[in-house]
Design a protein around this ligand. Sequence first.
Ligand code: ADP
Length: 545
Amino acid sequence: MHGLMMDTPLVITDIMRHADRCHGDTEVVSVTVDTPRHRTTLREIFHRARKLANALTRAGIKPGDRVATLAWNDYRHLELYYAVSCMGAVLHTINPRLFPEQVAYIVNHAEDRLLFVDPMVLPLVEKLWPALESLEQVVVLTDDAHMPSSALSDLVSYESFIADEADSFDWPDLDERAASSLCYTSGTTGNPKGVLFSHRSTVLHNFVALMGDSLGCTRRDVALVVVPMFHANSWGLAYAAPSIGTKMVFPGPKMGDGATLAALIKEESITLAAGVPTVWQLLLNHAREAGIKLAPLRRVSVGGSACPLAIMKEFVEKHDCEVLHAWGMTEMSPIGTLNAFPHGFEEWPEAEQDALRVKQGQPVLGVQMKIVDDFGRELPWDGKSAGVVKVRGPFVCSDYFKLGHPSEAHSETGWFATGDVATMDPDGVMQITDRAKDVIKSGGEWISSIDLENIASGHPKVLQAAVIGIKHSKWDERPLLIVVPRPGEQPTREEILGWLQGRIARWWTPDDVAFVESIPLTATGKISKLELRKQFADYVWPGAE
Ligand code: ADP
């Protein structure tokens, strides 16, 4: 017997309609290339989204067509988010920091018809133009007055693209399974792969993003949207904040600038923020050097890579700001787990609190999870057994876009292999030990590079730490610790190894410490182990031939 409840489709259009009607006055502030502090409201954004939908229709965009963006976080990008998906087309967000060849590959692979590009990123498009086969038109995200000069002909500014359009648009009734947006993972090996989100997956993920222990949006909050809109739908913030009426502040191209972020926090009364650890490191460095408190910030969501304990503690102790450690990936829309603390956590001994803080937390409702060994056998949730994490659920990708061959990650029917290795506590609290491809195998046992990095970066003279496995004649592989010292500090190898002593199993101790000025980052701001391995390809252990 079926229940007698309505079967209305789960579509992004309803998020927009709801936000327009109930939260139209909510402010949206953006830093753009042409304005240091642009102010608008959700009502105005949806008004312009309707004009944009008319302009896109006039440009021949049909349901299912891909419309690409190479853009920072700002109000125009938000207009594209809603206009493109709600008219039935697919918003393809592209990371401007990808290798140029990867940008060309994914534009062609996605068969993007139109591209909306930030003026700062236009030189990249000019360079790639002959290789961008499917593009029919490029729209520059600015007005006529600020159009950059360009070798490309037929460029049009966003403002003139939408200027003469009617401000009403009849949003179509969409199938909830229709594709809404597309995002390619950066793909450290092989070509990037396209994750194709649907209206349904986006709306279901939005409910998860809005849970009390999730990103933390309420109507009283002001959110700093640092996590890029070109990366996994800004972790859902671009839908969650409008859904509940949270004021949004977009840092535009300044997302990696600690001073700008600190100024925005103070002047716009920002209470919550979301981003990767490297961004928070920059912000905390700025706050430390400038001697300021990051008030009224009260909650920071951090994910994308393991957040070092030192960052979390500095937020809590110096800025009275709670940190929510989350794990996920583009293929999961992206939220997979959230590390919410249980009742009474504040009374726990500090060491126990710290032990929980560094974990990635419990699967969110809607995500089923298991860990498996090399033979695919399920491992127990005992806090000790480490295995590859597999997930499934209504906002986990079931295949990659136009892959052309079966996806290895989907080889077990109904499950997606994340490529991460983790332990699970009996109550489902997950701790990532490594990405499968970064695992260090020493004498047949695994050493967790994430654990080592976390502890090493807690040393007062260490700014950033990364660990990679280097071939070893006796043990197969041994860990090399790579350290960026804090400005003005010159830690020694012995000091760093001494700090690790007693904090890790003896046999985990890195065989050497290399000091460097900076650590290479990926296009999404994470430590690039791939690049590090290349940099240290010729490394020889001290005393070895
Ligand atoms: P990209 O590879 O393009 O950066 P994703 O953002 O989808 O793509 O990366 C997801 C990966 O990031 C995960 O598989 C995991 O390895 C890593 N990751 C995400 N959050 C965390 C976290 N809190 N702790 C450790 N690793 C994380």
